[in-house]
Design a protein. Structure first.
Length: 203
């Protein structure tokens, strides 16, 4: 049985709070965004403690006329609605992860998905930095605080953080972490960095 508590228990987190099994839990909505094929679905799949909801559809030759297929690395499916997963970060904080679709034709959905989110984790491919400019602009337009998670694909050289910051024109306090979206621990570390930053900002 889940019920709402009468008093706030997690200072600084403007999010839904519930009492479950006697403990107050704060449910935090986090947006996982990034351009096409950057690894959003992989990221949520690697970390969700529930079977992740995914809405993958096969990419067809017909869709190739409208979709961006560059840099796909043998990818055969694409997200057509959203990814959803959950991660209990601590006894008190539960993250609800909403992954956006990456194809430009679905970008109108992002604004709706951003509503109520405490912040965003922006996945970035270091080999396709320019593709992240529009993503960062949109998240800033929605007024969401964010952290950058550089998804390090195999074989790509690691880039210096300073060069990435300059290329992406980031503020000094915007967190930048390197992750492997396929790796649970690495994905958890990226989310922890984001949540710490959001808490700092809130307080
Ligand atoms: N080598 C390597 N491959 C990765 C990594 N992360 C994701 N991939 C692969 O990259 C491809 C894209 O991953 P997805 O998770 O589908 O990307 P997405 O951002 O959800 O894609 P869309 O929803 O279509 O925008 C898949 O083939 C993954 O297996 C990584 O860190 N290293
Ligand atoms: Mg996807």
């Amino acid at each position: 049985m889940v019920s709402r508590p009468s008093s706030a228990d997690a200072p600084g987190l403007d999010a839904q709070q519930y009492v479950q099994g006697g403990a107050t839990q704060t449910a935090v909505k986090i947006l996982v965004v990034g351009h096409f094929a950057v690894g959003k679905t992989t990221f949520i799949g690697s970390i969700s403690e529930i079977e992740p909801l995914s809405t993958e559809e096969t990419m067809t030759r017909v869709a190739a006329a409208v979709d961006d297929l560059k840099g796909v690395r043998g990818k055969t499916t694409t997200t057509v609605a959203m990814d959803f997963g959950r991660l209990t970060l601590s006894e008190r904080v539960v993250l609800y992860l909403f992954g956006t679709p990456g194809q430009l034709r679905f970008v109108q959905m992002w604004e709706d998905m951003a509503r109520g989110a405490l912040g965003a984790l922006i996945l970035v491919d270091p080999e396709r930095l320019a593709d992240s400019f529009a993503v960062i602009d949109l998240i800033e337009q929605y007024g969401l605080d964010y952290a950058i998670a550089v998804n390090h694909f195999d074989g790509n050289p690691l880039r210096a953080e300073a060069a990435l910051r300059e290329a992406l024109d980031l503020l000094d306090d915007t967190p930048v972490v390197t992750c492997d979206a396929r790796d649970e621990k690495s994905s958890a570390a990226a989310l922890t960095t984001l949540v710490r930053y959001l808490l700092d900002r809130a307080s």
